[in-house]
Write a new protein. Structure first.
Length: 134
């Protein structure tokens, strides 16, 4: 083989590795979150980051002791997973009061978890989500 063909093949292999590397880096939900521990928070749904590789849902929660507003967040499944299940970005109704249930982070981050469920107080509607590897 001549040098040009070898360089071309080497370049193709490197490009393939670069493109597929994120697939190998993905982690299971239980790598960061404890399936035996969960928390719930009630507040106003402020924001939804509908992005890959995971969605993120943000709620403003009033601390009962201090009255201060704190932001709590949950990582969720990728948008494509929700879309295939018939759940879309519009189903996260920003501005409404919700209770979200999340798996607790293994590092004990008080304000972060993995999204399991959203319950809307306005009509009682509940969205229940499967965990990433289940």
């Amino acid at each position: 083989m001549n040098e040009t063909k070898i360089c071309g093949m080497l370049l193709a292999v490197i490009a393939l590795l670069v493109i597929t590397a994120p697939l190998f880096a993905h982690h299971s939900v239980t790598a960061e979150f404890d399936p035996n521990q969960e928390w719930t928070a009630t507040g106003v749904l402020k924001k939804v980051d509908w992005i890959n590789p995971h969605t993120a849902t943000w709620v403003e929660v009033k601390d009962e002791g201090t009255g201060q507003v704190e932001t709590w967040g949950c990582e969720g499944n990728p948008p494509s997973t929700y879309s295939r299940a018939g759940v879309h970005r519009e189903d996260w109704r920003v501005g409404e009061v919700i209770t979200m249930t999340c798996l607790a982070a293994k590092d004990h981050s008080k304000h972060w978890g993995f999204l399991k469920q959203i319950k809307y107080h306005s009509d009682g509607h509940v969205l229940v989500f499967r965990l990433g590897g289940e």
